[in-house]
Every structure is written in C-alpha cells, then in structure tokens.
Design a protein. Structure first.
Length: 257
C-alpha cells in the first residue's frame, strides 16, 4: 500500500506488497524489493536498491547524496540486501566515483536510531550499529560485528567479523575479527567470547583464538615475529585463526593493539 501523500518517482520500481507511509519520498530509479515496509517521512534517494522484507522507520534517509566535497552529482548507488532494519533518523549515503561508486549493505543488519553510514562503506551481514554509531567513508565491517552507541570510526578502517566495539569508542585503526575493542582511541581487551558463544563458534576454535590473541597481542614479540610464530603453530590450520591472520596481513591503516 502506498499512502496518497507519498511521492514516488515514475521511474522507481516498487515490488509486490511494499508499504510506503505518509509523506515519504522515493527517488528516481530507486528499487524497493517485495514486502519492504517504509514508514512516514522517509526519503529514499535516487538509484537506491533496497532488498526484500526490510523495515525502514520514520525520518530515515537512505541513499541520499554522499557528504563528500569531491562529489559532483555523478550517478552512484546504495545497495541494501534483505531483511534489514533501519530505525528512526538513520542516514545511509550512497557511494562516490572515487570510492567505487557504491555503498553496499548485506542482509539482516540492524541500524539503530541516529546511526550513520557514509559513502562507499561495505557492510556485511547481521551487523548491528547501536544508537548514534557513526561510520566515515570507505569503511568495511565484516559479518556479525557490533558497533556500540556513539562510537566513531575513521575513514578506511576495517572492523573484523564477530568483533565488538564498545560504546563511545574512537576507532582509528583496524579492529581484528573476534576481538573486543574499547577506549577513546581503541585498545583490545581480549576475545568477544559472549558473541562467539552466541554465534556457536566451537570451543576448540575459541581456545585457538585465545592462544592466537596471546601470541599476537600480549607477547613481547614484534607483530611480524608474532605472526610468523603463529603461522608455524598447529592452530593456524583452524579457519577462524586463518581469517585472523589474513585480516591482519591485509591491513593498510594498522591494527589496534
């Protein structure tokens, strides 16, 4: 059902069973997947792709132009998968040409009130951004990560899978997967054991990750020597440890410690 007061551009594609509330605006060439519910006073920007069975609450802005001075009105995208929840006053910006032209969001994510995702971010699946969490441009967040309320993440940073960033944390370096991060400039405080248990990561993998954490972050070895030692260890064969090693090896900004 589309409310009579809603404004839907004639070039927009609206799937079956979509609900669009009063005074909402759907921009040109937007695509809304079937079963998605859009509340009142929502703005869906041009060229925005929203998947199926998403819920977008009042006063959210999804797919508007990026907040980047270099942006000159080029055609860029925001693509969002299925079953995402976008709460009140959330802002999700589309990409820039210099960043690949697309902000990409996976499936079953929760964006709580006032959270912000800037241009060219890449967000995986089942990620949670708590109230007021703020992502600058070009950030990557892997699956199952949780970003606490009022946290701020510097552009080009990465947050690894199953990581937990506590509230009011400032992130300027990459946060490795499976870890807890907190502080005005984030430090690591061990594994996100609660999150790993909830995600049914095996006890053997958790033990291996704890050992890897001690070697990499709590020994007196340089990062290079710690990684070299870990690669020679039997636990390096475990998939979660392999992902941790790969994530660290690919860092460009450096790793939170």
């Amino acid at each position: 059902m589309i409310h009579p007061s809603a404004i839907v551009d004639p070039t927009a594609e609206i799937g079956d069973g979509v609900e669009i509330g009063p005074y909402s605006i759907i921009g040109k060439e937007a695509r809304i997947g079937k079963g998605t519910r859009i509340g009142p006073h929502v703005v869906i920007g041009e060229c925005t792709r929203i998947g199926e069975q998403c819920q977008i609450y009042q006063f959210a802005s999804v797919g508007e132009a990026p907040q980047a001075l270099a942006y000159q009105g080029e055609k860029t995208l925001l693509e969002m998968g299925n079953q995402n929840i976008v709460r009140e006053f959330v802002t999700l910006n589309r990409g820039t040409v210099g960043g690949g032209g697309k902000t990409a969001i996976g499936h079953r994510n929760l964006f709580m009130a006032y959270s912000h995702v800037a241009h060219d971010c890449q967000i995986g699946n089942q990620v949670i951004l708590a109230n007021g969490a703020t992502l600058a441009g070009h950030i990557t967040i892997e699956d199952y990560a949780i970003i606490g309320g009022l946290s701020a993440i510097h552009q080009f940073c990465r947050i690894g899978a199953h990581a937990f960033v506590s509230g009011m944390t400032g992130i300027t370096l990459d946060v490795p997967p499976y870890m807890l991060a907190s502080g005005s400039r984030a430090n690591l405080f061990g594994l996100n054991t609660v999150g790993l248990k909830r995600s049914k990561i095996s006890e053997a993998s958790v033990r291996a990750l704890k050992k890897a954490y001690r070697i990499i972050f709590r020994s007196n070895l340089t990062l290079e020597k710690a990684l070299a030692q870990l690669r020679e260890d039997e636990i390096a064969k475990i998939s979660e440890v392999q992902h941790l090693l790969q994530f660290i090896a690919q860092t460009k900004r450096g790793i939170s410690r």
